[in-house]
Ligand binder design. Structure first.
Ligand code: RUB
Length: 313
């Protein structure tokens, strides 16, 4: 019962009621913060056990979400560092860590919108895939700056997240065309730039994003259209530094076909990996960086991300 809010949030994340890496991390942090205000614990150790439980539930809700994992690990690290055993103090530590994390995420989002908007030239056609709040913010910023451009977005099967993107862009007054995923090559000739979001960035600079992203990157390369990824650096997964592969979530076949023939196999991976050589740049809070430099840039800006992963050894 004491983990009710965490369980509810994990279910919303699993069902995609909360969608996109950033929104997922924000929901998870808020759930941990809310849980911490209510939970009864006798000591710091006791509190930590509850936090570990919450962490495991949230991490399992979607396995390809390092931004959420980095956020929760950060909060737990702050609790571990706290010298006091007083439960009320621990509650404050969690609340402060959560608020700081969300504030920093907001700042990064702002910087990315500002930097990314500069890449959108007047009269440009921007191609995107799925729904990334980071990409939508870049596009809205460019629109606010008075640029006139249009967007082509894929519907993004199986769950049509492209419709969320299209809805938000149209609402913002941006001319938008929705296409089926398989029309990507057909329309790539019309695009000047591709910008997609990210769920995870590996230590080798490869990017994990919604299934179909790597096909779009291939197509963009063939059509000589620059391909950019807009992402907070905290989507970097420190576990990949130490040899682990980023796990790719595989979702229910029912999302693809509700009543298929009984003996049919249906596979439904949620994400795929785009190799760094297809990526012109990662638009992040440090500027536009080469995917090759990801570890160096993360180490400079968020040294704790790498140090908190050391227990992997
Ligand atoms: C969403 C998706 C988005 C990234 C980045 O997949 O792949 O491109 O999560 O989003 P799903 P953001 O719909 O399966 O969650 O920029 O908002 O973090």
């Amino acid at each position: 019962m004491r983990l009710k809010i965490v369980l509810e949030t994990a279910n919303k994340i699993r069902r995609l009621e909360v969608q996109g890496a950033r929104n997922i991390a924000i929901a998870a942090v808020k759930a941990v913060e809310a849980m911490a205000t209510q939970v009864e614990a006798r000591s710091k150790e006791d509190f930590l056990k509850i936090l570990y439980n919450a962490r495991d539930i949230l991490f399992a809700s979607r396995v390809t979400e390092p931004l959420m994992r980095n956020a929760i690990r950060r909060i737990i690290a702050k609790v571990k560092e706290a010298s006091e055993d007083n439960v009320e103090t621990i509650r404050e530590v969690i609340s402060t860590a959560a608020k700081e994390f969300l504030k920093d995420l907001d700042k990064s989002g702002e910087l990315i919108a500002e930097i990314g908007a500069k890449r959108i030239r007047d009269k440009a056609v921007v191609f995107t895939h799925c729904h990334s709040s980071t990409v939508v913010n870049i596009l809205k910023r460019a629109k606010d700056q008075g640029k006139s451009f249009e967007v082509i977005c894929t519907e993004t099967r199986p769950l049509f997240q492209g419709r969320i993107t299209a809805g938000e862009l149209v609402e913002a007054g941006i001319k938008t065309t929705l296409i089926v995923d398989s029309a990507a090559r057909f329309f790539m000739n019309e695009a000047d730039i591709v910008i997609v979001g990210a769920d995870a960035i590996t230590s080798e600079g490869n990017v994990v994003n919604k299934i179909g992203t790597s096909t779009i990157a291939l197509i963009a390369k063939e059509a000589r259209t620059p391909f950019y990824v807009a992402s907070e650096l905290l989507k970097f997964d420190p576990e990949t530094m130490y040899g682990d592969y980023e796990k790719i979530e595989e979702r229910s076949p029912e999302e693809i076909w509700e009543n298929p023939p009984k003996t049919l196999t249906i596979r439904n991976p949620a994400f795929d990996v785009t190799r760094r050589e297809f990526i012109h740049g990662i638009i992040c809070e440090e500027g536009i960086i080469s995917p090759h430099s990801i570890v160096e840039v993360v180490r400079r800006r968020y040294p704790w991300v790498l140090s908190s992963s050391l227990p992997h050894f």
